[in-house]
Design a protein around this ligand. Structure first.
Ligand SMILES: *Cc1c(COP(=O)(O)O)cnc(C)c1O
Length: 366
């Protein structure tokens, strides 16, 4: 068959291992997944009430324009309804953007390591991927500017960055945006927006008002605890959103997920509690790293990337045997490190005590 030539040799996305698989493989009763930055506190209890008592008709197609959700999010953010594009997760938004702007002969600039879907989708479209190494875990915006040329269509800023959790400060971001040519789309991926506490980050919505080439992505998958429902969205100027919209699949959000996102959005108390608990949980990891002299990156997210001074794959395997699924740095472009999603206080405590045991066994700790 006549596939695009770039598809040959590409691999499908490798997700964190499913809990059931690990339970079966190692004969474990309880397995905790701290691999995909999901919310260990679940989602708003109001969502569960809604799912039991909603009286919806599942035979009818969803509203492709997601009108009700659109109204709720536009009011929540204080932007116009026409400035929003909804996707089946931000993953879908990334696919829409790349499908609309990338093709063989153009290039796209991103940090490395960063979220894998930018390069993955760019490769599917046959565009050139320009990866600019992080500088001490942070975006090297100077080098990213240098990588941009007349054939650049998109530049990605993952803020905070996955897998390092670091942010680009508002000061750095504003001078960067000013210097990027006005015909290059700047995507600010803010999947962890709700978790940011560092005052050096300032709300970015005003950039959308000032620059027609800025697009912000946010999601209900992380702090809102709705990863299973697949709702992400983009915020941009109406003209930009209208230009991207024809590329979107007609019914890319389900009826139930649209409703559930509205219910979750109304429960900001849940988000506040999630952020507070996550902040405390992160401190458990920071203390562990400090105590044992392990390097870590300052994280503004619900995960932390830290050094294990051993083969990350071995630590990943050993922790899996003990009932914890995490991400090996080898899979993320950060060998010698592991990425752990912040769990509940008890999960974190148990994880760290088992990790200490493993690191002793491996001769890393005395
Ligand atoms: C998790 C994540 C996403 C994907 O989120 P979905 O809305 O679930 O598709 C996007 N970007 C980054 C940086 C992420 O970590």
């Amino acid at each position: 068959m006549k596939f695009k030539k770039q598809i040959y040799g590409m691999k499908a996305y490798q997700p964190g291992k499913p809990i059931e698989e690990v339970q079966k493989e190692f004969g474990l009763k309880e397995v905790v997944k701290l691999a995909s930055n999901e919310n260990p506190f679940g989602c708003s209890p109001k969502v569960k009430d809604f799912i039991v008592n909603n009286g919806m008709n599942f035979a009818i197609y969803p509203d492709g324009y997601a009108q009700e959700l659109r109204t709720a999010v536009s009011q929540h953010l204080g932007v116009d309804e026409s400035q929003l594009l909804f996707g089946n997760g931000s993953d879908d938004i990334i696919a829409i953007i790349t499908r609309a702007l990338l093709y063989p002969g153009v290039n796209t600039v991103m940090a490395d390591p960063s979220f894998s879907q930018y390069s993955h989708n760019a490769e599917v479209e046959g565009a050139e991927v320009r990866k600019v190494p992080l500088k001490d875990g942070k975006h090297d915006l100077e080098k990213m500017l240098e990588a941009i040329d007349e054939n650049t269509s998109i530049v990605w800023v993952c803020n905070p960055n996955n897998p390092t959790g670091t942010i680009v400060s508002d000061e750095e971001l504003s001078s960067f945006i000013e210097k990027v040519p006005s015909d290059v789309l700047i995507v600010l991926d803010e999947a962890y927006f709700e978790y940011i506490t560092d005052p050096a980050y300032k709300d970015t919505l005003h950039y959308v008002e000032e620059y027609p080439n800025v697009l912000i992505m946010r999601t209900f998958s992380k702090a809102y605890g709705l990863a299973a429902f697949r709702i992400g969205y983009a915020i941009g100027q109406s003209k930009l959103i209208a230009a991207l919209d024809p590329v979107r699949a007609p019914f890319n959000n389900t009826v139930l997920s649209q409703k559930v996102a509205i219910v979750a959005l109304e429960d900001q108390q849940f988000i506040q509690e999630t952020v507070e608990q996550t902040e405390k949980g992160k401190q458990q990891y920071v203390e562990f790293c400090n105590k044992h002299g392990l390097k870590y990156y300052p994280s503004q997210t619900n995960f932390i990337l830290f050094e294990v001074k051993a083969d990350s794959d071995v630590i990943f395997q050993e922790m899996m045997k003990r009932g914890f699924i995490i991400r090996s740095g080898n899979a993320l472009g950060t060998p010698g490190f592991i990425r752990v999603s912040i769990g509940t206080e008890e999960q974190n405590r148990k994880f760290l005590s088992l990790l200490e045991e493993v690191l002793k066994e491996q001769g890393v700790l005395a």
